[in-house]
Write a protein that binds this ligand. Structure first.
Ligand SMILES: [Mg+2]
Length: 336
């Protein structure tokens, strides 16, 4: 019996539920019906159901596209996530990538389900309810997808949005002297994930963050459309590793100050190490700003923290006493 089946047996109580998966065509019909209203969007010329979806781009905009996979036991756990949270997370990790480019709506999604034969219908419906909920919350149109059989349950989701070619944010524009900022707090979902991987039950207050990332779409757009950030990335593989991507693509170095890192307050009390906070899944934005544009960050003052600056080369993290802290080789590897 899978974890989903156990959960739904408990939730179903005295009601009998069928564990037979909806047949492929029935499921497609169900998805079309669920997202019917959402499909009547102007930009979507050909919606779900044809061989391709066809989208009319807004004038002068370029399409930004990203794809991410959610695999049971790696990006979520059906023991700790509700089906709705799984559906929402599939959208949110991709939205976080669009946020890091400064992309604006309408956003279009393509959803792929890989389903084991015994996967319960109620779980699929729960996941789709979560997808629908966030489609409405963020202005996403489900444009198409695919369903395939699989030994293990997986969701793959592609998402696109729109950027102005001259204003989009990339990882490659940082220059020596730029200041480094991060949104929100870091470390909470990282630690939840590590506890889960170590076979422990994640603390509830950490779990909430792991299951419900909040993509920083408005901040990404603000930074792009006002030409404030020189480089930007979302923190999905850990703050140190993701800063590593910026300095590599920009051909620069960086210095960070440990005491300035906005570590999740309750986590700070545990005196975390770089390994504890730098593993990934934060989904905050990490970005660089030329000093002459710092004043433009005023509207974001209570949502961002300055944590260091870009240098010509090398990567160093300094502690409160000025001693260097080793934060190299810290972060998530997709193939580890
Ligand atoms: Mg990313």
């Amino acid at each position: 019996m899978t974890l989903f089946q156990e959960i739904f047996l408990v939730q179903a109580g005295v009601f009998r539920i069928t564990f037979t998966i909806m047949k492929e065509f029935e499921l497609i019909k169900y998805i079309r019906k669920t997202f019917e209203k959402n499909n009547r969007h102007n930009g979507l010329l050909v919606p779900i159901g044809d061989d391709c979806s066809v989208i009319l781009p807004p004038k002068g905009m370029a399409q930004a596209t990203t794809i991410d996979s959610l695999v049971e036991g790696n990006h979520f756990s059906s023991k700790y996530f509700t089906p709705r949270e799984i559906g929402r997370k599939a959208l949110r990790v991709n939205l976080s990538d669009l946020a890091s480019m400064g992309a604006r709506p309408p956003y279009y999604a393509w959803l792929v389900f890989a389903l084991p034969p015994s996967f319960p219908d109620a779980a699929i419906k729960g996941i789709l309810a979560g997808v629908k909920e966030d489609c409405e919350r963020y202005g996403i149109i489900l444009a198409g997808g695919n369903i395939t059989g699989s030994a293990e349950f997986q969701i793959h989701l592609a998402l696109s949005g729109w950027v102005q070619p001259r204003k989009m944010l990339t990882r490659g524009g940082a220059q020596a002297g730029d200041r480094i900022f991060v949104t929100g707090t870091i470390g909470a979902s990282t630690l939840a994930y590590q506890q889960f991987k170590a076979g422990q039950s994640p603390y509830r207050w950490l779990l909430k963050r792991w299951a419900n990332p909040e993509p920083k779409l408005e901040i990404g757009r603000f930074l792009a459309e006002n030409r404030i950030a020189t480089a930007c990335i979302d923190v999905s593989d850990g703050i140190f590793q993701d800063l590593g991507h910026i300095i590599k693509d920009s051909g620069t170095g960086a210095e960070l100050y440990w005491e300035k890192l906005p570590i999740f307050p309750r986590l700070k009390k545990l005196k975390p190490t770089p390994q504890m906070i730098g593993f990934g899944e934060d989904y905050e934005l990490l970005f660089t700003v030329n000093p002459r544009n710092i004043k433009k960050l005023k509207p974001l003052a209570d949502q961002i923290t300055e944590i260091g600056h870009i240098t010509k080369s090398g990567f160093r993290v300094y502690g409160a006493d000025g001693e260097e802290i080793n934060a190299t080789n810290v972060g998530f590897s997709h193939l580890a």
